[in-house]
Structures are given as structure tokens and as C-alpha cells.
Design a protein around this ligand. Structure first.
Ligand code: HQG
Length: 179
């Protein structure tokens, strides 16, 4: 991804996950924004976007962060939201036996006490494989990967979802399920 694409991807993450109101944008409860409206709101904010550029950012996103609706008119972030405007009705999924959470060593004491909490996001994010979890943890410092007894959690009644891009979501992970 070149710098222009990376900048737009960051901007889209900001307005489609966290602060749509910062540019006067409204998202529906499934997280969708009208692309023309998004372009107009961004323009007022001094950010030049074009449909083809947005399309290309969506297609080249390493983590497949965004989706465009079938009719091509709307865009949303597929996970990672903190905005209260959004409450995506993900379908419940049976998780594999283990999922992984990448974090930084400096958070471990707190995690051992409280379990994993969603913090400012709506869900705790879990990865299907350890390599992805390392990359997620690296964003915060010296990475460490926690192995989560996901199927056991599920059997005890905790709910799992999987976003379109393969990221697993759970409301929290109590300490007892961290291997
Ligand atoms: C930590 C990226 C202290 C948690 C990635 C994490 C992911 C605790 C941090 C997505 C804690 C939150 C999400 C506790 C959890 N005490 N720290 N009890 N419980 N934490 O960024 O999972 O590039 O909100 O371990 O690929 O790092 O944005 O979550 O370190 O999928 O598309 O609190 O973001 O995707 O940090 O990453 P974040 P995350 P994008």
C-alpha cells in the first residue's frame, strides 16, 4: 500500500469506526455510510476523495478492513468500531478450540487481573492464528500472544462473532479462559 492509500485507509478507519461526527457523517446501525455523502463530508474537511480511490483502498487493504455494498453505493468498516452509532448484528459463530490475542507485555499484569476487556472498542479482538496475533500485539510494544480457550468459553455460554475479514470478536475474555 502506498502512502496515499495508507492515509486514506487511516482516515476511513477514523470516520467509519470511531468519529463519523467529526466530519458530520452519519452511519446506520450496521455501520454503512453513503459513499457520495462521505465524499462530500470529507471535502468540507479538506480531504479529497474519489469513488475510484475509495474502491482501490478497499481492494488493497491488507486486513480487508472495509466493505462496499453490493449496489456499490455504501461503505462500512467490517470490525473495530468504537462509535455508539454502530451496532452490527454479527452472526453468532462456534469458535475453534483455541483463538489467539496479541498484546504487549506491559498489559499482562492488568490482563491477568481483569481478563481481556474491550476498552474503547466494542469487542475484544481475537485472531485465528498466532502469526496474526503477534502482528496485532506489536502495535502496542513488545508483543506477547495469549492462547484463549475459545471453545470452552463458547460451551459455557459466551458468544463469539467473526467479522467478514476473519477477525474474531467477543465481548470479553474472563481470566479463566486464558491458557
Ligand atoms: C489490551 C487492529 C490492560 C489489549 C488489529 C490491547 C486488531 C488490556 C489493548 C484490532 C486489557 C486494546 C484490535 C486489560 C485488553 N488490561 N490491557 N484488562 N484487556 N487489553 O487496539 O486487539 O489495523 O483496541 O490486549 O489488527 O490491539 O485497526 O485492540 O493491546 O484486529 O484494522 O488493550 O485493531 O486492526 O488495543 O487490536 P486495541 P487490539 P486495524
Amino acid at each position: 500500500m502506498d502512502k496515499q492509500h495508507a492515509d486514506i485507509s487511516k482516515f476511513l478507519s477514523y470516520v467509519l469506526r470511531h468519529q463519523p461526527e467529526a466530519i458530520g457523517l452519519t452511519l446506520d446501525s450496521e455501520g454503512w455510510a453513503d459513499i457520495k455523502t462521505l465524499i462530500a463530508c470529507a471535502a468540507k474537511d479538506g480531504k479529497h476523495l474519489e469513488p475510484a480511490l475509495i474502491q482501490s483502498v478497499v481492494e488493497t487493504s491488507d486486513k480487508k478492513r472495509f466493505a462496499i455494498s453490493q449496489d456499490g453505493l455504501r461503505i462500512r468498516a467490517v470490525q473495530g468500531h468504537s462509535s455508539a452509532q454502530v451496532d452490527i448484528r454479527y452472526e453468532e459463530q462456534v469458535p475453534p478450540e483455541f483463538l489467539y490475542h496479541g498484546t504487549a507485555t506491559r498489559f499482562l499484569d492488568s490482563i491477568r487481573e481483569q481478563g481481556l476487556i474491550a476498552g474503547s472498542r466494542q469487542y475484544v479482538h481475537l485472531s485465528a492464528d498466532e502469526a496474526t496475533a503477534v502482528a496485532v500485539g506489536q502495535r502496542h510494544g513488545k508483543p506477547v500472544v495469549l492462547k484463549i480457550k475459545a471453545l470452552e468459553m463458547y460451551r459455557q455460554g459466551l458468544v463469539f462473532y467473526r467479522a467478514e475479514n476473519g477477525v474474531w470478536l467477543s465481548g470479553s475474555v474472563p481470566v479463566g479462559f486464558i491458557d
